[in-house]
Design a protein around this ligand. Structure first.
Ligand SMILES: [Zn+2]
Length: 448
């Protein structure tokens, strides 16, 4: 595979990527980290207060511009020195912390306004909310002089902090001049601190290819099934951890509110959740790299992830979360390694259609693990059948846009015909996919 990759033409491109490592701070450093996170939270809330005041004033007739990150930082410089405000601790933390918090707030406000005016696609985004200690994620960002060593990182104001693992790859890239750290983001996850380096990397990006198509289906029992028959089970460590999670959350729900025991069990529960997320993410990273390197075109379902997340069953919701994460990893890794990522239409009934003859079932319960076709007698694993259908998708979508009726096997003929005739032009399959019958096919994952 490697030689195959190397003989293809590749161009040097600057990509932005992150390297994330666990920190191993001592007790004093833990306090300092918490102080920085607290400073960021304070600045964010203060800026939000200013923003709300300006909006309120504007509603009452004034027409002053809303404060942006720059203006907030200017006001902060006056605010912090005024004894009346009681911000005696400001100099304990790096000044970047406040600056970056204002930048975060400005971005959040911009996203809200863009969403409200319809300039931003996707679900509506709410107005930024105040962050509360213990409720919001402890997080801050630093810029400036950042250095990394074999087992440490040096940050402005915080000094040298030990890392739990060695950032070998990052150091190698910095040493050979192919990477530059632009900022560093520090966050806490269930009592553990992490540092994430934002890096501008020069990477050799391969020219994209579309040969060697593979369909990819994400499920519960098998995390990923490929159309070529390869199956990737969830990481082995996940199962006992999930069992532990179930036990811990039950125990937690029985603890008395506001009690010390409840607080302790909440921490245990958070650690367990974090471990599951880490196990899964690690596995997905390895998997997505392997997939993007070894295939020319990967076809995945373009599912309505938000709708799927409404299902509260544990295994299901974990599979759904994996799907979203895997899709976004594949998105950029395919670009790096020159593969093409294709999203099959959300309403493409990959699970209900027979991959051999194209016959489509009306209903398919989630419990049915095998697909058996009434028309041609094919019996296949459910996920494999779906993956094979996805592998066919580029042909289906491609031929639909070129020739009429080329793919009537995949959509009910009558409906599809109607869709094309109505529009009067040749359309990709997505046009007919919005019909009610096709929609019910797309929603199969939700109805269990
Ligand atoms: Zn069939």
């Amino acid at each position: 595979m490697r030689s195959h990759l190397q003989c293809r033409s590749r161009t040097l491109t600057v990509v932005r990527q992150a390297y994330r490592f666990a920190l191993d701070p001592n007790n004093r450093q833990r306090g300092r980290l918490a102080s920085h996170a607290g400073g960021a939270r304070y600045a964010y809330n203060l800026g939000l207060q200013w923003l709300r005041t300006s909006l309120h004033d504007n509603r009452n007739g004034t027409d002053a511009p809303l404060p942006g990150a720059f203006e907030m930082h200017r006001r902060w410089n006056g605010w912090k020195k005024d004894p009346a405000n009681g911000v005696t601790w400001w100099s304990d933390n790096s000044k970047c912390v406040y600056q970056e918090a204002f930048i975060d707030l400005e971005r959040a406000a911009k996203i809200f306004f863009a969403s409200r005016s319809g300039r931003r696609r996707g679900p509506a985004v709410g107005f930024p909310r105040f962050k509360r200690k213990g409720r919001s994620r402890d997080h801050f960002r630093l810029t400036g002089l950042i250095r990394v060593g074999p087992n440490w990182v040096q940050l402005p104001k915080l000094g040298k902090l030990r890392l739990s693992e060695s950032p070998t790859k990052l150091i190698r890239r910095i040493d050979d001049g192919s990477a530059r750290i632009t900022s560093v983001s520090v966050s806490r996850e269930a009592q553990r601190w992490f540092v994430s380096f934002r890096v501008e990397c020069k990477r050799l990006v391969a020219a994209s290819r579309t040969s060697d198509v593979v369909g990819l289906d994400v499920g519960i029992s098998a995390l990923v099934t490929l159309s070529n028959g390869l199956v990737f089970a969830p990481p082995a460590a996940l199962r006992p951890t999930l069992a532990r999670l179930r036990r811990l959350s039950k125990a937690h729900s029985r603890k008395k509110k506001q009690s010390r025991n409840r607080r302790r069990s909440a921490q245990k529960l958070a650690r367990c959740h974090a471990r599951i997320a880490h196990l899964r993410r690690d596995y997905l990273h390895k998997l997505s790299t392997c997939l993007a390197k070894s295939h020319g075109q990967i076809v995945i379902e373009d599912l309505n992830v938000r709708a799927m997340l409404r299902n509260h069953r544990l295994a299901r919701s974990i599979a759904d979360a994996s799907w979203g994460e895997l899709a976004s990893m594949l998105e950029y890794k395919c670009r790096w390694y020159g593969a093409t990522l294709t999203r099959a239409n959300q309403f493409f009934a990959s699970s209900k259609t027979c991959s051999t003859c194209g016959y489509r079932k009306e209903v398919l319960a989630l419990a049915e693990r095998t697909f058996s076709c009434k028309k041609c007698g094919t019996v296949l694993d459910r996920d494999l059948n779906a993956a094979i259908n996805l592998a066919h998708w580029p042909e289906v979508a491609g031929s639909a846009s070129e020739t009429k009726n080329a793919c009537r096997e995949y959509v009910r003929p009558g409906r599809r015909q109607a869709g094309l005739d109505e529009a009067g032009t040749e359309q990709p399959i997505s046009a007919s996919g919005s019909e009610p019958t096709a929609r019910s096919g797309g929603l199969q994952r939700r109805s269990e």
